[in-house]
Structures are given as C-alpha cells and as structure tokens.
Write a protein that binds this ligand. Structure first.
Ligand code: AP5
Length: 210
C-alpha cells in the first residue's frame, strides 16, 4: 500500500531534518513545498518570483501557487508509491484540496517549546552548492562559515532573519494550528515530542510512522 504521510509543525521544529531520514527509511520521496518554492525562485520562473516575495516576508505563499507546484510534483512517477509531505498542508483549504488528490493516512505533529525555535532558525546555515545544512549552535561546520564537504561559503535563508522568523511563527499559530484539530477529528493525528537530540527525535519519528 502507498504510504502517504504528512509532517506538521512550527518553523524550526525539525521537520526537514527528520523527514529526509524517515523518507529514506520508508523508501518514499520527501516532498517539501518550501524546497519546491525555493527551487522555482532560483530558476526565476514567474511562480518562483511571486512566491519569493511572500517567503521573504514570512507569509504563506497563496494556495493556488502552492497547489500548482505540488500538483506537478505529485504527478511524477516516484510519488505514485507514496510520499512524505513536509510543510504541506499549512491551512484547512490546502488540507481539503489534498484530500481530493491523495488522502493522507497519517499526520505526525511535532510538539516543541516555542522558545527553542527562534534560536534554531536564526543559527541555521546551508551550503548553496550541495545543500548540506548546519546550525551554528548545535551542528557547526569544522571551519567557520565553510561547508565541510566542498568548502563553499555557507548562506542564511532570507526568511531566517529574526523578523521573518517571528512572522512565520505567528502565521503558523493562526493558519496551521487549526489543522491539528482537523486531523485529530479524523483519527489520523499522532503527536510526537520533537525536543531533544536529532537521533532521539528520529527514533520517536520512526515509531510514529510505522
Ligand atoms: P519551509 O521551507 O517549509 O519552512 P518552515 O516550515 O518554516 O520550516 P523550516 O524549514 O524553517 O524548519 P523545519 O521544521 O524543517 O526544521 P529543520 O529541520 O530545517 O517554508 C518556508 C516558506 O515557504 C514558508 O514560510 C512559506 O512562505 C512558504 N511555504 C512553504 N510551504 C507552503 C505552503 N504549504 N503554503 C504556503 N506557503 C508555503 O531544522 C531547523 C534548524 O534546527 C536547523 O538548523 C537544524 O539543524 C536544527 N535542528 C533540527 N532538529 C534539531 C534538534 N533535534 N536539535 C537541535 N537542532 C535541531
């Protein structure tokens, strides 16, 4: 049976970190709408340019743009054997749209104290060449500012500056938290403690997706 899983949680909860591990274990693609939108922005498509303005400000990208980019990705052959969605849905309208395309069997909600998130996100850095992620507090590179793998200069996501981070948290509380009840009522929600070292969280995520 195709596995169709959603990881839901506030910005900085560790969804991306855990989703790539869990998807590898399950043998299904990890689909991050944030990554798809950032790729479109890098490619300079009309959709990417419009999305970038919303992302930089920490707002949600309009539903029609996100649905169009995700719809294309879900139509690709590898997604027919299932997928792990990271960052989608983010509001009830998106959840209802997803129901029509591919009903979800499990939603894993990341529970984490809000106080940890701003620090985690403002300390995040990525390699623009190979995509490796670092955290200046918890997982720093060996040489400050440089990727361990290829020596490239690390960069900060434009929406990881403190003002955008605070806006993203506000948007999460207003738009995405109502999804917890939406999925709880359907019996598909599993809440997982996402605080602690990545390996401990991974073991809890492993149990939650089995
Ligand atoms: P998106 O890219 O989805 O960002 P996000 O949801 O805000 O989540 P993040 O990627 O910032 O955090 P994460 O939970 O994945 O944590 P991570 O593992 O990276 O979306 C960005 C924007 O795109 C949105 O604001 C919106 O504009 C737009 N967008 C995307 N989807 C959309 C949609 N469906 N509708 C409308 N708009 C949409 O970890 C964070 C940091 O913490 C890293 O440095 C990591 O190393 C560290 N870390 C992770 N786990 C641990 C741990 N256990 N202990 C210590 N540090 C840890």
């Amino acid at each position: 049976m195709a596995r169709r899983i959603v990881f839901l949680g506030p910005p900085g909860a560790g969804k991306g970190t855990q989703a790539s591990r869990a998807a590898r274990e399950l043998g299904i693609p990890h689909l991050s709408t944030g990554d798809l939108l950032r790729q479109a922005a890098r490619e300079g498509t009309a959709l990417g340019k419009e999305a970038e303005q919303h992302m930089r400000a920490g707002r949600l990208v309009p539903d029609d743009l996100v649905l169009s980019i995700l719809g294309e990705r879900l139509a690709q052959p590898d997604a027919q054997r299932g997928f792990l969605l990271d960052g989608f849905p983010r509001n009830v309208a998106q959840a209802k749209a997803l129901d029509k395309v591919a009903p979800i069997e499990r939603v894993v909600a990341f529970k984490i104290p809000e106080g940890l998130l701003v620090e985690r996100l403002t300390q995040r850095r990525n390699c623009p060449k190979c995509g490796t992620g670092y955290n200046l507090s918890t997982a720093p590179p060996r040489v400050p500012g440089r990727c361990d793998r290829d020596g490239e200069l690390l960069v900060q996501r434009s929406d990881d500056e403190e003002a955008s981070v605070r806006m993203r948290l506000k948007v999460y509380l207003q738009e995405t938290v109502p999804l917890l009840d939406f999925y709880r009522k359907r019996g598909t929600l599993v809440e997982v403690d996402a605080d602690g070292p990545p390996d401990s969280v991974a073991s809890r995520m492993h149990d939650a997706v089995q």
